[in-house]
Design a protein around this ligand. Structure first.
Ligand SMILES: [Zn+2]
Length: 264
């Protein structure tokens, strides 16, 4: 109930289910979403996962077989980049950090590799046109044992702290930019730093479009909520196999266009 009561965790249930905005769910997905919300076990789940473990909701949200945690992460990354495009400039996905040349960092877990990348970067988010900000996303499973020992706010703080220790000093000292960890729970809530960013985006976008701030924020929360919810449902119902499904690759897009009767 605490997870369901978090800000952003209920927008999928209260918004009008308009298909053109991606806010509709088919009946099976809706029932799964209600089960996830109330901590019930969805019906007709497999007994065991392709990895051999028992197939439970907490396991499905974390198991890497099938690539669902990565899909969830990338969905949030791309959605954030799209929102940033409406509010800032020079937005890039997976920007590479500058190589180090002897700089020293305090934290033992600071990322020091050449070629390190963050998830998104943008300029002008906090005001200054040339002020660059880097964002890195983590979606954690609040039902996982490592997270369930903490209170919900403490779990967000823990993940934000870990991200900051990895990147903040390097981004500040080498890139002369700000670093923002965007932490979400798989059930729809978000950490303090993420809340501050999306509120800022809501303010800029509502100002640009001359629309009420509350409506813009509801739209942002809905988009984020549905991205998390659809990812969770896909993790529950999606195909999991260690061997790839063979899909015939078309030899050219022209061939596909001809076969599908596409016109340009
Ligand atoms: Zn598994």
């Amino acid at each position: 109930m605490d997870l369901a009561a978090e800000k952003g965790a209920s927008n999928w249930l209260t918004c009008r289910p308009l298909k053109q905005h991606g806010f509709s769910l088919h009946k099976g997905a809706f029932r799964d979403a209600v089960c996830l919300r109330y901590g019930w076990t969805p019906p007709h789940l497999p007994q065991s996962c392709a990895c051999g473990a028992a197939f439970t909701v907490p396991h499905a949200l974390s198991c890497p077989v099938g690539g669902y945690p990565s899909l969830r992460h990338n969905e949030l990354r791309d959605l954030t980049a799209t929102m940033l495009t409406s509010a800032a400039h020079d937005v890039s996905i997976e920007p590479r950090l500058q190589p180090l040349s002897g700089e020293n960092f305090h934290h033992r877990t600071a990322i020091r590799e050449d070629g390190a990348r963050l998830d998104v970067a943008a300029s002008g988010v906090w005001g200054g046109r040339f002020e660059r900000a880097f964002f890195d996303i983590r979606v954690f499973n609040p039902h996982a044992r490592s997270n369930s020992v903490h209170s919900i706010p403490a779990a967000y703080a823990k993940h934000e702290r870990e991200k900051r220790r990895h990147y903040e000093e390097r981004v500040r000292e080498v890139e002369h930019a700000t670093f923002v960890p965007l932490v979400f729970s798989a059930t729809g809530g978000q950490g303090k730093a993420a809340t501050a960013l999306y509120k800022r985006l809501g303010l800029i976008i509502s100002d640009k479009k001359n629309e009420p701030y509350s409506i813009t924020m509801a739209w942002i929360r809905c988009r984020l909520g549905f991205a998390l919810l659809r990812s969770a449902i896909m993790a529950l119902r999606g195909h999991r196999s260690r061997s790839r499904v063979a899909v015939a690759q078309p030899s050219s897009t022209e061939l596909v266009a001809a076969e599908c009767n596409l016109h340009f």
